[in-house]
Every structure is written in C-alpha cells, then in structure tokens.
Design a protein around this ligand. Sequence first.
Ligand SMILES: O=c1[nH]c(=O)c2[nH]c(=O)[nH]c2[nH]1
Length: 328
Amino acid sequence: MSSTSEVSAARYGKDKIRVFRIVREANIQHVVEYNVCALLEGDIDTSYTQADNSVIVATDSIKNITYFFAKTSPHILDPEKFALHLGTFFVSKYAHVHKAFITVEQLRWARIAVDGTPHPHAFWRDGDDKRITSVEVDATAGKDKLVGKVTSGISDLLVLKSSGSAFENFYKDEFTTLVPASDRILSTAVDLSYTFAPIALTPPADEKKLDFAVPVDVPGNGVPAGGLVGGPWDGPGVAARARKVTLDVFATDESASVQATLYKMAQQLIAQNTHIASVTYSLPNKHYIPVDMRYLGIDNLTPANAEVFAPVAAPSGLITATVTRIQQ
Ligand SMILES: O=c1[nH]c(=O)c2[nH]c(=O)[nH]c2[nH]1
C-alpha cells in the first residue's frame, strides 16, 4: 500500500527523571535536586513506521545515562553545563542521534542559617519557584561541529505588592466596567526565560572519560567581544541576577501597568547580562477584588478604606512580551 502520510517530526526520551545529588567537600556539602527531561531526535522514523526497535535507545537507558552523569559529571551543580554535558554525550555516543534536548528543572534548597551562619549540610525549601534550563545539542552539521543552544529561566516566582501599583487611562468604550485604580494590589507568578547566544561545543576527546571540553563562542553569534559577564556559561550567575532584578523591579517600580513593569524588568535583565540575546516574561495578573460591605454600612471599596479583598483564582490577566537586545 502506498503511504499517504509520513513522520514529519519525532522526538522521544524520558521525562520527569528525579535526581538528587550530594557533592561532599571537606567541611561543606552541596546539594541539588533536579527534574530532568531528556529527549532525542535522529534517524528514528522506522521505529514508528516499521516497528523497528533497533534504532531505539530505550528510554530506560536514557534514564540510566542521566543518573550516571549525575554521579560522574563535574558539572552537576551547574544545570546549564550539566545539560550541555549530557546532551553532548547522547549525540556523540549514538551515530544516528542528531539532536538531544535536555530540560533541567531545579528545585530550591537553601542553606539553613543557624544564628546567622549558613549550615554546611542542612537546607530548607526557601521558595516554590524553579530554575529551568532547556538545552539543545545539535549535531546536524557534524559530530565534530556541535552547537549548543540554551534557554534558561525561572517559573512560579509568586510575588505581591499591596501598594505602588496603578492602572489608569486605559482604553474606554461601551464594554468598559473597570474602574481606574491609582493604588491597587499587584500580584503575579513570574515566568521568565532568556536565551543565550548559541555556542560551539567541542565534543569530548574520549567519550568514556566523559570530559567536557569548554564551550567556545560561535563566531558571529552576536556576543560582544570581551563582553561576557563571568564567562559564557555563567548560568548560575545569570539566574541569580534575573531573580534579583525581577524582585527588585517588582518591589520598587511605581507600576503604571503590568506591561510597563515587565518591560523595565526585561530591559535591566538584558543590560546586566551581555550574552543574553532576548528575554520573555509571562505575567498573570492575579486579581484581588475588594469585598463590597455597603450592605453593612461599611466602606471597604474606596481605595483608602479597601482592606479586605477576595483573591480571585480565575480569570486572571495574562501579560507577556519578549524583549530582544538590539545589536549595535
Ligand atoms: O496592568 C494591567 N494591565 C492590563 O492590561 C489590565 N487589564 C485590566 O483589566 N487590568 C489590567 N492591569
């Protein structure tokens, strides 16, 4: 039977690989907790079209390799480098695998401060936000010409301010019921992601040794010469600055709208991180509605007297934008 359809895209692997790793030093221990997704692309169409399992590296093996790298990779504490290392291995080891997609979601474990001193091996979950990195290792130009594409960010960073936010002078027509607010609650769960300029990766000289050659910048990838902050893969540094600038701008901006505050966050993030090409923010506007108590003769509606609010789960606004560096 002649076929009227074909596989036009295929990618498979293991999702939600939960990894916790301890790195022990003499007087201090470091821990990370990751949820890893490792997906592969390549010459795998026959596994779909002809039930040809010979091209399938089992997702169980992909899981085992992820744990093996969690044990052996010198980059385990740095999610960008760890993901690049793992992805480089898949495309280097398997001839028919041309791309690896590794996503690492990092959960927070901060040191407990005992009388102000960070404890060497006791930690607490100091926030529900996650640090996320998505790495593509692309070997389509050749196994010796690997390109790493990295997008990282933060999700679920829940914030609220009880003042310092207004929303006025918006478009008005017959559908408008919203009352302009000069002082309102602003709350959002920040999702943000930023894209690094792509880099060339040198494949490991000896795949069994699993050493990771230091990535070098791709010529013409838009990275300003000598302009890298803390080296090309200072992923942890960028993530810390992104979190700080987001929280600082959120707190201190006299917000005219979610849109205007978003733009200020993005502008500063790009200004502070010279190898970030663009940043995307996604900000739900989580509404808090003052409770109408007029039936009790109580004013809880006029701005100065609005003190009791009903947090509204849905609907929420949703404000998104991508802000991109202008190449000078
Ligand atoms: O900051 C805001 N941006 C909007 O686009 C919007 N729309 C709305 O109803 N309230 C708000 N607030």
